[in-house]
Design a protein around this ligand. Structure first.
Ligand code: TYC
Length: 113
């Protein structure tokens, strides 16, 4: 069989937009993760914060107490890392629960880099 050698100018698909030809690795980008943060304040009782961490973040009493103290001392702490949807749900649950008990506890989320 005679092999056809392509001439420089007749190679198929090598004469168009070069940006379409530079994709080498397949795209395997994972969705971003979000940190859920708990903020300190002067009024929410420590036991309430411990209860929130046990109830919504599945922590043991000892874990919850430790994280609560970190927030109390440092002003803020990451209490978990989740998908966008789960993080939003956690923040909503904490904010709802705090409001229902008339505590000013604040919980937010932030995209992880
Ligand atoms: N600083 C609060 C107090 O002294 C306790 C507290 C801890 C409040 C953590 C909020 O996220 C918080 N009662």
């Amino acid at each position: 069989m005679i092999e056809h050698k392509w001439m420089m100018s007749e190679k198929p698909d090598d004469d168009g937009d070069p940006s379409l030809l530079v994709q080498t690795r397949p795209k395997t980008k994972r969705p971003p993760l979000y940190k859920v943060l708990l903020l300190n304040d002067d009024y929410t009782p420590m036991e309430f914060v411990v209860h929130v961490l046990e109830r919504f973040f599945g922590m043991t009493h000892a874990e919850a107490f430790e994280i609560m103290l970190t927030v109390h001392k440092k002003g803020v702490a990451v209490v978990g890392v989740f998908s966008h949807e789960i993080a939003e749900t956690k923040v909503g649950q904490v904010m709802d629960f705090a409001r229902r008990h008339q505590h000013p506890l604040q919980c937010t989320m932030e995209r992880e880099e």
